[in-house]
Design a protein around this ligand. Structure first.
Ligand SMILES: [Zn+2]
Ligand SMILES: [Zn+2]
Ligand SMILES: [Zn+2]
Ligand SMILES: [Zn+2]
Ligand SMILES: [Zn+2]
Length: 163
């Protein structure tokens, strides 16, 4: 009996759908109107908590649209060069920073007394290794989506509650 009713319902829905599916879409309130008596016992009303979606979404408190500021560079995209500690250069060991060895120019540093850091090319800053010089990283809390989502506890994710 139940089977037969569902079959008839399916066919009639298909026919109505073909004829005027736009009308059905425009009037969602009539959708919940039970077509058969058997059906009304199974069908509840749309869950008010999740508005029938079965899902609860919340904006993620830990990020901005799925991204959070990089905690290593604080959004600056670069960090202090760890090789030269931000100085950009080293004191030349050969001439002890004097630039000269006795009367002659130091060949190691070209008489500058300093040797440029080859990691940061003298700037003292290198691209942030944590965020790949993006300034932000994907939020781990929400997986970069910017919101958290879970099954509605009211309807257990079905979107429907009993009357
Ligand atoms: Zn960074
Ligand atoms: Zn030198
Ligand atoms: Zn450096
Ligand atoms: Zn987040
Ligand atoms: Zn719900």
């Amino acid at each position: 009996m139940k089977h037969r009713g569902l079959k008839i319902l399916a066919i009639s829905v298909a026919v109505i759908g073909l004829a005027s599916f736009t009308v059905l879409r425009q009037s969602p309130t009539t959708d919940s109107t039970p077509t058969t008596r058997e059906h009304s016992a199974v069908c509840g009303k749309p869950c008010p908590r999740c508005e029938g979606t079965g899902r609860i979404t919340n904006q993620c408190n830990f990020c901005n649209n799925g991204y959070r500021e990089c905690q290593l560079c604080y959004g600056k995209k670069e960090i202090r060069c760890t090789y030269c500690q931000g100085g950009g250069s080293f004191r030349c060991n050969r001439c002890a920073g004097r630039g000269y060895i006795g009367e002659s120019e130091c060949p190691e540093c070209n008489a500058k007394g300093q040797i440029e850091c080859n990691q940061c090319h003298g700037t003292g800053q290198i691209a942030c290794t944590s965020c790949g010089a993006e300034g932000h990283v994907a939020c781990m809390t929400c997986g970069g989506k910017g919101y958290t989502e879970w099954n509605c506890p009211e309807c257990r994710g079905t979107g429907v509650v009993d009357d």
